[in-house]
Design a protein around this ligand. Sequence first.
Ligand SMILES: [Ca+2]
Ligand SMILES: [Ca+2]
Ligand SMILES: [Ca+2]
Length: 393
Amino acid sequence: MSSTITSPARAVRTLGAVALAAMLAAAAVQAEAAGTMTASLPVWAPSALSPLTSNLTDPPNWRLDPGASFNGVANAFDGTALLLFKIDSDPGGTYACSGSLMQGGEYVLTAGHCVTDMTSMQVNFGWYNGAALQTRTVTAVHTAPGWVDFNTNADQGNDLALVKLDQKVSGLHTYALSTTNDVGKTHLMTGYGTVGTGGSSSDPDWSDWKYGHYGWNVADVTSKDFNKAAGDHIGPGWGYDAAYYTGTTYMSDFDNPSNPNNNTLGRLGSLLGGSWTSNNGVAGEALIAGGDSGGGDFIWDGSQWVLSAVHSWGWGGACEDYFGLAGCDASASNSSSFGDLSGSTAVFSHVGWIQSVTGVPEPATPIMLALGLLGVGSAARWRRAASASQRAA
Ligand SMILES: [Ca+2]
Ligand SMILES: [Ca+2]
Ligand SMILES: [Ca+2]
């Protein structure tokens, strides 16, 4: 699939972005029994959903074992989850996203577009070899302030949702939130979506569906800075509007260490006179794919893995379609190939909202007032939650 842009909506104008929630095949149940799961054409909005975790080498080399240690942290990612859900407009289908367990153990942070049309959701923590360490269902949904849907504001910087679990989770990792702008930092991405390799001419698929996957990349530039540079280069027709961005989206490219032509953000940074640089890939370079939506980009803060951003969208063919450069996109028929781009919603500007929903950490209210005001505070919080919540499962 190429980066076909079918909608004039603002977010899509901004980037040829495609949602990264992915539909499992309608025949998934039968296929599952046979040990395979085939990808189907996605039906999410916009119409050009991209199934995309693409790695440098065979996906089985990059399985995310919930028992594995990363930087000496045992079971570091057992608090990440495969989200399987149903949607209003396609009750017979099953869709997949990813998410990360928040402190307190009661909420999972995922992408806003994963819950847009959601009617019920199962949360599978530590999914590995087709089984979960712990499974929950979702009882309430809170989308980030300002979030509408993918067509309206995919790139605005608020593609986030918190889903409430029917029962608190304990014994698994929860993730602290980054409070900094992480442009320039290397992150580790996790997700339970489709898989492929960067040099393939085929789209990622569900061939390794029994496992989550991981890889690394670098947040090279914010989409706001990128679009400002693109607008300066192309002109008003690009439609850059500084006021549009109420949050921050990080952009990454899928580099091919053996072909610098695929260094899309490096080449565009040079062409556009942008303020960013982009390397030719890090060890274990990867890009998100369909079903990885909502999964986390984690950075190492020296002592723990901190959640930096949440997977939001993918974009292929940027060089070729808009900027007159050739050879960035290694394959137009692979929506998560070398040279393709991804966007992840930064969490640093949403920490207040997240903590207001999860109640963690508790507000620093003087203890002496706590007893008298507890009821009032709880009621206010409930009203806020209710006003922001969507349909519960
Ligand atoms: Ca890269
Ligand atoms: Ca690069
Ligand atoms: Ca591509």
